[in-house]
Design a protein around this ligand. Structure first.
Ligand code: NAD
Length: 480
């Protein structure tokens, strides 16, 4: 069995750890690889390397740092097919989704290529008599990123392109469920001319993460993953004096107004609820239907959910692949059972899906629940599977109240043909991001949530701020 180690100081290194985690192809159930769960000493060694590399990398001009990223972007584009296949092989999502993930990552690299301008400070003349004041931005040092399984490239690419463009060095701790593709990304960074030690990968679990959280030499930690781990990362990282952003789980609602276009809502929901088998942080898992639109919507959605094309994501023409692991599939099935027992109406039932030729794969078909109420677990908890719940309300106030009555607050969506209603809902929905009549987002828009969805923002100028210290300098002019 192949064993994946670490990437430290520009080369792949075997780990000395005796602990390993198994990686599977979720479409076939085949055990394809083991990944090392690094020791604390290996994580410390990576920090030492990154700290040494920081001395020189932070002195490279922003322009020359950007030039490395320009080359890296071109290499990711040249190798996009191979990278997408690597994602699909371990995550299961369909190839078009995997390419979409890479494209979102490339957009962050494009943003980071503007670093010479993004690092400009401010200058104020005569803030006092003969006193000028200015600000400058300086890199922090060694930064670390801990990422979830559902975007094995895009989430790391929210983090490291901006961090290294800003002059920091980086240690990535990927998900142990799909760790291969980020190793290929590390090779492409090296090929693009990134000096050894600037970007490192430590594969592992809590043991190596704890080192990244506690070691004084790490200045900042970015985490994306589930809420309980986000809380642990936030409290531990801050206790050890680090700058921490910790993005957690989600349960995103779509408010559907009676004037919305049923076809448009159905199409948005099919992509956002079932795309990537629902394993997206931006997935819509509850549609809050206001007024009499609900029944027409349920009919259309049920028909489409029952006819989703599901199979091995590596094959063409599919809507959805398997879930990431057998354990996760069982968790999702457990939620579906729970919804049925709680009295919700399962109008599309994907529990018994069999994919011919892939009987050992971790598949669950599209599920649609009608008549879901707020006290049900399928309404409140993150399922992270192809399960959509419909809740019905008679007016916008109840709909918004209900959408807001949820611990999570990553994204909220609204579908309406009335622009005033859209503005009102956008202001009142308690979420870090609101999407009106669609699901696309501007590259570089701040990404993050409120409430149990964590704190901090990735991407755009907020990403730059996360990886920079801003220093204010004031000086009195000396008369000669
Ligand atoms: P997870 O929390 O299980 O794992 C995330 C990372 O934390 C992995 O690298 C994992 O190895 C590490 N980890 C796990 N347990 C740990 C522990 N006890 N101590 C230290 N590190 C630990 O999340 P996941 O299942 O990989 O990803 C799915 C979750 O991520 C969902 O909840 C989803 O909503 C969330 N997510 C959120 C966003 C966002 O922007 N808010 C984006 C993507 C995914």
């Amino acid at each position: 069995m192949n064993l994946l180690g670490n990437f430290i100081n520009g080369e792949q290194l075997a780990s000395e750890s005796e602990r390993q985690s198994a990686v599977y192809n979720p479409a076939t159930g085949e055990h394809t690889l083991n990944v090392s769960l690094s020791t604390a000493d290996e994580a410390k060694a990576a920090i030492t390397v990154a700290q040494i590399a920081f001395e020189s990398w932070s002195k490279v001009t922003p322009l020359n740092r950007a030039r490395v990223l320009f080359k890296f972007k071109a290499l990711v584009e040249d190798n996009i097919d191979e990278l997408a296949q690597m994602i699909t092989l371990e995550h299961g999502k369909v190839l078009s989704d995997a390419k979409g993930e890479l494209t979102r990552g490339i957009e962050v690299v494009e943003f980071a290529c503007g670093i010479p301008h993004l690092l400009k400070g401010e200058h104020s003349l005569n803030v006092g008599r003969g006193v000028d004041s200015f600000s400058l931005m300086q890199p922090l040092g060694v930064c670390a990123g801990i990422s979830p399984f559902n975007f094995p490239v895009m989430v790391p690419m929210w983090m490291f392109p901006i961090a290294i463009a800003a002059g920091n060095t980086f240690i990535m701790k990927p998900s142990e469920k799909d760790p291969s593709v980020i190793m290929r990304i590390a090779e492409l960074l090296k090929e693009a001319g990134l000096p050894d030690g600037v970007f490192n990968i430590v594969n592992g679990d809590k043991e190596s993460v704890d080192v990244l959280l506690e070691d004084k030499r790490v200045q900042a930690v970015s985490f994306v993953g589930s809420t309980p781990i986000a809380e642990y990362i936030y409290s531990t990282g801050s206790k050890y004096g680090k700058r921490v952003q910790a993005l957690g789980g989600a349960k995103n609602h779509l408010l559907v107004m009676p004037d919305a276009k049923v076809e448009q809502v159905t199409s948005a929901l099919m992509g956002a609820a079932y795309g990537s088998a629902g394993e997206r942080c931006m997935a819509i898992s509850v549609a809050v239907a206001v007024g009499d639109i609900a029944d027409a919507l349920v009919d259309k959605l049920a028909e489409k959910a029952r006819t989703l094309k599901i199979g091995n994501g590596a094959e063409k023409g599919l809507d959805m692949g398997p879930l990431v692991t057998a354990e996760h599939r069982d968790k999702v099935l457990g939620y579906i059972e729970d919804g049925v027992k709680a009295g919700a109406t399962l109008v599309a039932d994907g529990r018994d899906l069999q994919v011919s030729g892939y009987e050992e794969g971790y598949f669950v078909g599209g599920c649609l629940f009608d008549n879901v109420t707020a006290e049900m677990r399928i309404y409140q908890e993150e399922i992270f599977g192809p399960v959509l719940a419909i809740s019905k309300f008679s007016n916008i106030d109840d709909g918004i109240r209900q959408a807001n009555d949820c611990d999570y607050g990553l994204a909220a969506y609204v579908q309406t043909t009335n622009d005033k209603t859209a503005d009102e809902a956008s202001c009142r929905l308690k979420a870090g991001m609101v999407q009106v009549n669609g699901t696309s987002r501007a590259p570089g828009a701040p990404f993050g949530g409120v409430k149990a969805s964590g704190c901090g923002r990735e991407a755009g100028i907020w990403g730059i701020r996360a990886y920079q210290e801003i220093k204010s300098i004031s000086g009195t002019k000396q008369q000669n």
